[in-house]
Design a protein around this ligand. Structure first.
Ligand code: BGC
Length: 431
């Protein structure tokens, strides 16, 4: 066993993704996408959205809902000549400890979950009003039409009973009917698809939409979709990618302790939901090997007995002196926690960039060159809030692709899951 610093360095090295590894994995990602498009079963579901490029002529007032994880949002939008106006919004938590409910776990069922959603929709609807609804439902769904999506499997550790296998908008429609609410679901889409739809309104060359938040996933515009020979947005469900990834022993622990071991491997390596737990596992290991928190005063219990989340990772990076104060550790220890946090964040960004490169290689079809301009739209707190995330992403593209990286623009695109659902609903009723 090496010195304290060597042990720390080894761990940090295990999180490194260099140029060769980025390009190799991106090529594997591309190959996996293409196998899946050709009908082979792979880890990439490549789910059709039945939505192409919006025309820009979408019009009207639409109700939207958005269940991304434990938060639920119901928003009304007016779309007119390419302008969007939010005309009302209700935000709710699906977990309420005071009121003693948790709609995200298996002792709640589909009736309770969709009944709750219908009630929120009812609250936002004016008397005498009747509206079409777009539903952003950010979980893997087998989609058979723009309004027909069947939940394949919950992700982000949600386990509500009676929903897997069901037609989501049918469940919603039933609950709305039971409560006499005059709203008709007409479209269902993934949050990545919503993000790309919104981006397409602003950027001519937007063709990739991605979420880096509690969960992770990406969609892209397929120019010649096997189903209709036309342009269609494909929800890759890239969070489930698992070929050639640089999996560490810490990732293995996270996977083993999760609701569905073996599933959503890339997501478990990069998304906000798991990032804190990953850091905790690394710190536990360093502590066990006497490479962290070696002085006696450290408040070990306070450090390890808390729920690690992505916000903590951010704080460890930004404020090592707070870490020192809070846990009574040395500044060296706080710096180690900071370095590990940075290494985890950097790997997150690089692995997401790798999947984007795989998509670009597929779209361009010329090896590892990217000759055309692309805008990649990203939403989610990891990209938006984590220190330097956009910079790290740019660096990854530049390192892997050299000058071709200048053909790629990455944009933070907000509210895809709200506005995108309104655009999808408009698309559905004006087709
Ligand atoms: C889901 C995706 C979703 C992503 C981001 C993942 O857990 O499987 O459908 O797009 O989270 O919300």
């Amino acid at each position: 066993m090496g010195s304290k610093l060597e042990i720390v360095q080894d761990v940090i090295n295990a999180f490194e993704v260099n140029k060769e590894s980025m390009l190799r994995t991106a090529m594997l990602f591309k190959e996996t996408m293409e196998k899946s498009l050709n009908g082979e079963k792979t880890c990439l579901k490549m789910l059709p959205s039945y939505i192409g490029k919006p025309t820009g002529k979408e019009q009207g007032t639409f109700m939207t809902i958005d269940m991304g994880g434990t938060n639920f949002r119901c928003t009304k939008y007016k779309i007119n000549n390419g302008n969007f106006e939010k005309v009302g919004e209700i935000k709710q938590k699906l977990i309420n400890k005071e009121k003693n409910y948790d709609l995200t776990k298996s002792d709640s069922d589909e009736k309770q979950l969709f009944g709750f959603m219908a009630e929120c929709i009812g609250e936002l609807l004016e008397p005498e009003e009747s509206l079409y609804l777009g539903n952003t439902f950010s979980f893997p769904c087998r989609q058979e039409g723009i309004n027909d999506a069947y939940l394949i499997q919950w992700t982000k550790e949600i386990t509500t009973s009676g929903v897997v296998g069901q037609n989501i908008n049918k469940l919603l429609e039933q609950s709305l009917k039971e409560k006499n609410i005059n709203v008709k679901p007409v479209a269902i889409l993934n949050d990545t698809v919503g993000t790309l739809l919104v981006a397409m309104y602003s950027y001519q060359t937007a063709d990739i939409g991605s979420i880096m938040g509690t969960g992770h996933n990406t969609c892209y515009l397929e120019n010649n979709h096997p189903l209709n020979g036309q342009k269609m947005i494909v929800n890759i469900e890239s969070g489930n990618y698992n070929v050639g990834l640089p999996v560490t022993k810490y990732d293995e622990i996270i996977d083993k302790n999760s609701q569905i071991p073996g599933a959503q491997l890339l997501e478990k390596m990069v998304s906000g939901y798991y990032m804190g737990s990953l850091l905790k596992e690394v710190c536990k290991d360093l502590y066990k090997n006497n490479a962290l928190f070696t002085n006696e005063d450290v408040d070990i219990d306070a450090f390890f007995n808390q729920n690690f989340n992505a916000l903590m990772v951010e704080n460890f990076i930004l404020y090592p002196s707070n870490t020192k104060e809070q846990y009574k550790c040395s500044i060296e220890d706080a710096e180690i926690v900071k370095r590990v946090s940075e290494a985890i964040l950097k790997r997150t960004v690089r692995l997401v960039a790798v999947s984007h490169m795989g998509i670009l290689f597929h779209q361009e079809n010329s090896g590892t060159s990217v000759n055309n301009e692309h805008v990649i739209a990203i939403d989610g707190t990891i990209y938006e809030k984590m220190p330097n995330a956009p910079q790290l992403m740019k660096e990854a593209f530049r390192e892997a692709l050299g000058d071709d990286a200048s053909n790629i623009e990455i944009r933070l695109v907000k509210d895809g899951s709200g506005l995108g659902a309104a655009i999808a609903a408009a698309f559905a009723v004006t087709q």
